[in-house]
Design a binder for this molecule. Structure first.
Ligand code: SF4
Ligand code: SF4
Length: 314
């Protein structure tokens, strides 16, 4: 697989990063062991880095596979606000993933310069973690136009993980054109960028060629994290990337596996999951949670908030 360099200062990695949210307990689509098998298949197929986050709750799942592939790079993220929380997150990642050094560590879902200001202590700690060698590169992930812009100006930042796809689905504070301008701004400053939600959380899966090639053609975006929860999805995406003819059976098995947020009918309508949704896609309808399907990017973040296990990506 083609290798790329993330910006002026970032590492060299494969063009695809394995997005491990899709195999995590947050999405609940595959078992722990099935997830490990899928990750191992991805790494054996030439993908050489893995994207995770503290919220995905899957360090334990990833660790045995990463132990077999010590050269594979790992990205993790944290919602830490204070320095103490950030150090705790880094230690949790180092222990959980059995790595002395985390290759890329990010502040998760930074929406604007105000969000970053609110996380100033955590950022200072992240700079110190990098200086002391516990983390190699640092950055932010964001669903926001202003997040990309603010991240690009953040002192010491190496990498941004922005949400971008050809419809602009999931952008929380503007449209696609705004996001492309922010990405171009960050690119001029030499920031490394790898995209998320290339297939719009599954909404653009009917035209994967267009989705992939759109993001691939964006100046400033060097790589992309793709969430994959089966060996077929890995084969499919690698063939797509290589411009190979995709066997009809493989295309069918991947494309017609439609995903959605399932809300169990025993939902109590308590609303506890609503604030966890970065897309504000959840609302109350007839006393139960309901979802605006067009806004939902199938991240599964809401599921961990439900004490009654009502929410699942299926
Ligand atoms: S409803 Fe919101 S939090 Fe839940 S999966 Fe959809 S986008 Fe993610
Ligand atoms: S899905 Fe769970 S957290 Fe959300 S409203 Fe229903 S019971 Fe409450």
């Amino acid at each position: 697989m083609r290798k790329v360099k993330l910006g002026y200062n970032g590492p060299e990695v494969s063009e695809i990063c394995f997005g491990s949210l899709a195999i995590s307990p947050l999405q609940g689509r595959v078992s722990l062991e099935e997830g490990r098998d899928i990750l191992e298949y991805a790494l054996a197929s030439g993908i050489d880095w893995v994207d995770t986050a503290e919220i995905y709750n899957n360090y334990e799942q990833l660790r045995p596979v990463l132990d077999k592939y010590p050269e594979a790079k790992v990205v993790s993220k944290s919602y830490a606000v204070t320095a103490a929380e950030l150090w705790e997150s880094i230690e949790k990642a180092r222990l959980g993933l059995n790595r002395d050094v985390i290759d890329i560590f990010m502040l998760h879902e930074q929406e604007s310069h105000l969000t970053l200001l609110g996380h100033a202590q955590a950022w200072e700690a992240l700079l110190k973690a990098k200086a002391s060698g516990l983390v190699r590169y640092i950055g932010i992930s964001t669903h926001a136009v202003q997040g990309v812009r603010a991240g690009a100006l953040q002192p010491g930042l190496d990498v941004i993980h922005p949400l971008v796809n050809y419809e602009g689905l999931g952008i929380i504070d503007g449209n696609l054109e705004d996001m492309l301008q922010s990405i171009a701004f960050a690119a001029e400053l030499g920031i490394g960028m790898y995209a998320m939600k290339v297939f719009g959380g599954g909404h653009l899966a009917t035209n994967p060629e267009k989705a992939l090639h759109f993001v691939r053609s964006l100046p400033g975006i060097q790589a992309m994290a793709l969430g994959m929860s089966s060996r077929q999805e890995i084969d499919f995406n690698l063939a797509l990337l290589a411009g190979e003819q995709i066997p009809e059976q493989l295309r069918h098995s991947v494309l017609y596996r439609e995903k959605k947020l399932y809300i169990a009918d025993w939902c109590q309508g308590c609303g506890k999951c609503f604030p966890a949704c970065p897309q504000q896609a959840l609302y109350l309808k007839n006393g139960k949670a309901a979802v605006v399907a067009e806004s939902c990017v199938l991240c599964g973040y809401c599921s961990r908030e439900c004490d009654h296990f009502c929410l699942k990506i299926v």
